[in-house]
Design a protein around this ligand. Structure first.
Ligand SMILES: CC(C)(COP(=O)(O)OP(=O)(O)OC[C@H]1O[C@@H](n2cnc3c(N)ncnc32)[C@H](O)[C@@H]1OP(=O)(O)O)[C@@H](O)C(=O)NCCC(=O)NCCS
Length: 385
């Protein structure tokens, strides 16, 4: 597969606070005072209006004017997702798929399928933003047994900046349901630096880095000798690896601003999603590696394929009692070798918390480069603000 050029991938100079500072015309949307292009019979100009706006005028003429005048100063209106909206969202999904592919080398299709199914079953919660051109953004969320998750937040290029208003609407609804936790990762959003709405609702935030390793940059490391070689991770090994993941993250949970590793059950759920549900693309049993000691997993590395030619390291962990013995380097090296040589990967991707200097040192030493800075946001009920 031809290599995905990283031309639109932001280098590691991003500013995680940039979502807070923009002065886009869209930021007035929350006050529901909007400015639209009016194309009434005698006037062509700016009109101030309140609430949801449905500008008059023939659509074709309006579209032509918008094209002629450049980006219009239009505030969108916001609607809860519900019956009547499935069809127009296809255009948004197409744009989002293109953004995921070019910015992250990540396939959108499994997510599109899940979103479509949820829309069909009227099981998707969230908001759609619409302007005179139609739907221009959307945000989704879910709430399950006290655990809230903010899903996709996406805006078309003409509506960039409305992510903040979408996030606020989603957070207002989630907070009204008195959750124990709310998690949000902004990597896949059209504004990965979005931060202000989370800060104002009392979330903690960790900066995260999306890293990539291209085949040409792969440096085979000098390894410590390991008594037993790493083995492929079979589906029957999932419980052992889930236990390792829980132990390995015990001391870094707060640093990650994520509730994913809070309990053994949450780690089991995540491993199930990676291995069986394909949330990061199809799981690769042969490229994933683990080392066992005393009937437990001491170290492991899990690999999935979000797109053809792109492998993703979805987990790397070593149990606290086995650290600094070269186990993670060994597992990761075998996984990378396997993905490049057997799997034909052109690129390998992963994400890491910026303050995790141990993991970052490991990844940098193997040739991974920082690509996109984004946020992990966590709300915990009762946590000090
Ligand atoms: C990060 C982690 C996987 C490293 O596992 P490990 O088996 O101890 O790592 P290795 O012994 O193979 O070390 C490989 C390299 O990582 C870096 N490294 C590992 N631990 C480090 C530490 N405490 N401080 C600085 N660098 C460290 C070093 O570059 C090291 O190479 P070196 O030993 O030649 O100096 C382990 O600390 C861990 O499980 N942490 C918690 C879970 C986690 O953060 N996973 C990564 C999520 S993205």
């Amino acid at each position: 597969m031809p290599e995905e050029r990283p031309s639109t991938v932001r280098a590691n100079s991003g500013d995680n606070s940039r979502g807070s500072s923009h002065t886009s015309p869209f930021s007035s949307a929350r006050r529901r005072v909007s400015v639209v292009w009016s194309t009434g019979p005698r006037s062509i100009g700016l009109r101030k209006c309140r609430g949801p706006t449905r500008p008059a005028g023939r659509p074709l003429l309006r579209r032509g004017l918008i094209r002629w005048l450049g980006t219009p100063m239009v505030s969108p209106t916001f609607h809860p997702i519900g019956p009547g909206y499935p069809a127009p969202l296809d255009r948004l999904f197409d744009e989002e798929a293109a953004m995921w592919k070019s910015n992250l080398a990540w396939g959108f299709e499994p997510t599109r399928k899940r979103l479509r199914a949820a829309l069909r079953e009227d099981a998707l919660e969230g908001f759609i933003a619409a302007d005179p051109g139609g739907p221009c953004g959307y945000a989704t969320f879910s709430m399950n047994g006290g655990q809230g998750v903010v899903g996709n937040i996406f805006a078309l290029p003409r509506a960039r900046g409305i992510e903040e208003a979408l996030a606020r609407r989603v957070l207002e609804v989630l907070m009204a349901r008195h959750p124990d936790t709310i998690d949000c990762q902004t990597l896949f959003m059209s504004d990965p630096g979005l931060r202000t709405p989370f800060a104002s609702f009392g979330f903690s935030t960790a900066r995260r880095i999306y890293m990539t390793l291209d085949r040409a940059a792969w440096r085979r490391p000098v390894e410590h000798p390991i008594p037993e070689p790493a083995r492929p991770v079979r589906q029957s090994d999932v419980n052992l690896v889930a236990r390792l993941v829980f132990e390995a993250h015990a001391d870094s949970r707060e640093q990650d601003a994520s509730s994913s590793f809070d309990t053994q059950e949450s780690c089991d759920r995540i491993l199930q999603q990676i291995v069986f549900d394909g949330i990061c693309g199809p799981f690769d049993s042969d490229a994933s590696r683990w080392i066992g000691r005393d009937a437990r997993a001491a170290s492991a590395c899990l690999v999935t394929w979000p797109m053809p030619g792109i492998a993703h390291v979805s987990e790397v962990a070593t149990a606290p009692g086995h650290r600094r013995a070269g186990l993670a380097r060994h597992c990761l090296s075998r996984s990378i070798e396997n993905a490049f040589e057997r799997g034909g990967a052109e690129r390998i991707t992963l994400s890491v918390t910026a303050s995790n200097s141990a993991a970052r040192a490991l990844y940098h030493s193997m040739g991974f480069e920082d690509r996109v800075l984004y946020g992990s946001h966590l709300f915990r009920r009762g946590a000090p603000r």
